[in-house]
Design a protein around this ligand. Structure first.
Ligand SMILES: Oc1ccc(S)c(O)c1
Ligand SMILES: [Zn+2]
Length: 259
C-alpha cells in the first residue's frame, strides 16, 4: 500500500517500509535563530540554468513536478556549501490545505504556505539513483512560498499549466523555462545535512534554504490545491498537505551565510 500523507500511510507510518525515516539526519527540521551558527567561510551559491533543459510538468499524485534534461552538466548549481557542480534534475512543491501552513522547514516557529524544492545531483556519481545512496549525492535549493498581495509574476507560467495536469499520471510539455526567475532578491541561506523528505528518505541531501521567501497570491496557492492526488477516473481527493512534519535535529549544526 503506497506511502502518502493520510493517517494510514502518512509520515508517522513511513518507517515501517522505509527504515531510513527514523534516522538521525532526517528532514525537514526547525530552524531557530538561537541554534544557527553564522559561518563567514560559506561561499555564495550560483545557479547556471539552461532554459532549454526544461522538458515536462507532471502530477505524480504526490506533488507537481517539472523535470529537466540532466544527461549532461546543462543546468547546474555550484558554490555555497557544495564541493562542485550539481545537476538540476527536477523541481517540485510542498503545500498545505490553507495559507497558514504547508512548508516543510519551519523558521523560528513560522510555517509558510508552501516550499519549492529544486533538486540537483552530484555528477561524480554515475546517475541520480546512485547519487541518492551517497551523503554528498544530492543538493536541494529550498525556497519558501509566502502569501501576499504582490505575487511574483514568474510563478504564473507553472500555475497556468496546472489545468493540464489535474490528476495523477498526467503530464504536459514544459519547454523553455529557467527556474532561476523564481529566485528572491537575496541569496542569503541556511545550510545543513539531511534527507529527502519523502520515502525512502535517504540521508543524501545538502540543504540550501533561502532566507527570503517568494511571494505568491492566495489564488495561486488555491491553484496548487486544485490538483488531485487520484487518477482521472477515480473519486476526487484534493492534493493538499503533502508536507512532512519537522524531524529531530539531534547533533546537527545549521549554518547561516548571513549575520
Ligand atoms: O523525489 C523527491 C526527491 C526529493 C524530495 S524533497 C521530494 O519531495 C521528492
Ligand atoms: Zn521536496
Amino acid at each position: 500500500y503506497p506511502w502518502g500523507y493520510d493517517s494510514d500511510n502518512g509520515p508517522d507510518q513511513w518507517h515501517k517500509n522505509y527504515p531510513f525515516a527514523k534516522g538521525r539526519h532526517q528532514s525537514p527540521i526547525e530552524i531557530n535563530n538561537k541554534e544557527v551558527h553564522y559561518d563567514s567561510s560559506l561561499l555564495p551559491w550560483f545557479a547556471s540554468y539552461d532554459p532549454g533543459a526544461a522538458k515536462t510538468i507532471l502530477n505524480n499524485g504526490k506533488t507537481c513536478r517539472v523535470v529537466f534534461d540532466d544527461s549532461f552538466d546543462r543546468s547546474v548549481l555550484r558554490g555555497g556549501p557544495l564541493p562542485g557542480v550539481y545537476r538540476l534534475r527536477q523541481l517540485h512543491f510542498h503545500w498545505g490545505s490553507s495559507d497558514d501552513h504547508g512548508s516543510e522547514h519551519v523558521v523560528n516557529g513560522v510555517r509558510y504556505a508552501g516550499e519549492l524544492h529544486l533538486l540537483h545531483w552530484n555528477p561524480k556519481y554515475s546517475n541520480y539513483l546512485d547519487a541518492k545512496r551517497r551523503t554528498d549525492g544530492i543538493a536541494v535549493l529550498a525556497i519558501f512560498l509566502q502569501v501576499g498581495e504582490t505575487p511574483k509574476p514568474e510563478m504564473k507560467r507553472i500555475l497556468e499549466e496546472i489545468n493540464a495536469i489535474k490528476t495523477k499520471g498526467k503530464n504536459a510539455p514544459f519547454p523553455n523555462f529557467d527556474p532561476s526567475i523564481l529566485f528572491p532578491k537575496s541569496h542569503d541561506y541556511w545550510t545543513y545535512h539531511g534527507s529527502v523528505t519523502t520515502p525512502p528518505c535517504e540521508e543524501c541531501v545538502t540543504w540550501i534554504i533561502l532566507r527570503e521567501p517568494i511571494i505568491v497570491s492566495s489564488d495561486q496557492m488555491a491553484k496548487l490545491r486544485s490538483l488531485s492526488k487520484n487518477a482521472e477516473n477515480e473519486p476526487d481527493h484534493p492534493l493538499v498537505d503533502n508536507w512532512r512534519p519537522t524531524q529531530p535535529r539531534y547533533f546537527r549544526m545549521v549554518s547561516a551565510s548571513f549575520l
